[in-house]
Ligand binder design. Sequence first.
Ligand code: 4AD
Ligand code: MG
Length: 476
Amino acid sequence: NKRVKIKDLLATDATGQEVTVMGWVRGFRNNQFIALNDGSTNNNLQVVVELGMLDETTLKRITTSASIKVTGEVVPSLGKGQKLELKAKTFEILGDSDAEAYPIQPKKHSLEFLREKAHLRFRTNTFGAVFRVRHTLAFAIHKFFHEKGFVYMHTPIITASDAEGAGEMFRVTTLPFDNPPRNEDGTIDFKEDFFGKSTNLTVSGQLEGELGATAFGEIYTFGPTFRAENSNTARHLAEFWMIEPEMAFCDLEDNMNLAEEFIRYIIKYALDHNREDIEFLAQRLADEEKSLPQDKRSEMGLLEKLDFVVNNQFERITYTEAIDILLQSPAYKKKKFQYDVKWGIDMQSEHERYLVEKHFKKPVIVTNYPKDIKAFYMRVNDDGKTVAAMDILAPGIGEIVGGSQREERLDVLTSRMADMHVPVEELSWYLDTRRFGTVPHAGFGLGFERLVLFVTGMTNIRDVIAFPRTPKNAEF
Ligand code: 4AD
Ligand code: MG
């Protein structure tokens, strides 16, 4: 008998058929009813072992998380909430699980507790749903770009450049740990730490992506990126996944249109193809929020929020308009903001959240930021003060996308790089895109985990990546 997955079995009317299932025990009652889960769905299959079919020793081995293989007949179930169950004919324990030692009990655990057991948390309903939704979104991302004819480009993880010019890089070293070369003052000489060259883990694949766009026309990357920022927030990881499309013959407007179409497409895809798990997560969030005071609860349920985003245009405002809205807000007048507001500031998350959650109550695209707070590669606008940047802010999350039209004029770009102390000679390969057939082009980066947070309704970024890397957190 070939193994069937529980999700597929429950989706069809297999009554009368003989099938084999394998999975992990979630519960066992009355020495008769096993709740079996194989990871394909949160719905357990009820496996019925007839009284007397198994000996005492085997019955004792049916413990939480023991793995089993059962062949039997699919029969209609009399139990509540399930159409089918499996009447066991042959039964095998594949792997024992010591119930005393197994850390995840058949009860509700806190997310904090499960974070400590991150290596086993996939076996819970919440994380089962989160990571299946994450998978569906990743698949939808490839589908979206593939259907539009974008080339998926694999940009390097080890690189010599700092794409964002923000100096938030992890160094890569091959230096001997016990006896590294030292400077005269005794500090470690990192200058040539990667076989004679100074390198780091990539913060973004954008610069390489621009080379691709100016050859293939349209590319995207989807890979891990690294930021050595020591921030302990629910929105930051040291290692996160980013999707970066880059398009030739494209301006800021086209860039925004693509970003919006893209986000709506992948959310809709997840709703259409993994509704079951999103419904589970919506219920989880609703239950969670029951214990919160009324004013702390979300105005919309998760499904309602996602449907709203799929069916409504994002708001588009300039940075200057955003600052004006903040200056005129009751929050500003009543001195509710911790950080000051004036033209030129890098908006703090309290400001971004005011705009999306209180003022517009929908995703907002903010454009044309002051050039002093943005990266060297962004195109300088005619006013000479702002750049053709766009950030997308999402309710409950803040920034999920950062992008821009790129500075395609070689002279403007090199003088801006010089102003910002970005090494022009080291990025000569990058500047070749402007030397040999430069074109208007644009792109953006979507933080994958922030998107997964938005779609799953989870609130801590550590709960939407399998093995979170945050300061002091890299055990496994
Ligand atoms: O705004 P960022 O830094 O932009 C770039 O890296 C550009 N090179 C993108 C481009 O134009 N191709 O990062 C892009 C997005 C942010 O909007 C955010 O969603 C996410 O990446 N992000 C992080 N996510 C988790 N943890 C962190 N530490 C993040 N830093 C950025
Ligand atoms: Mg940004």
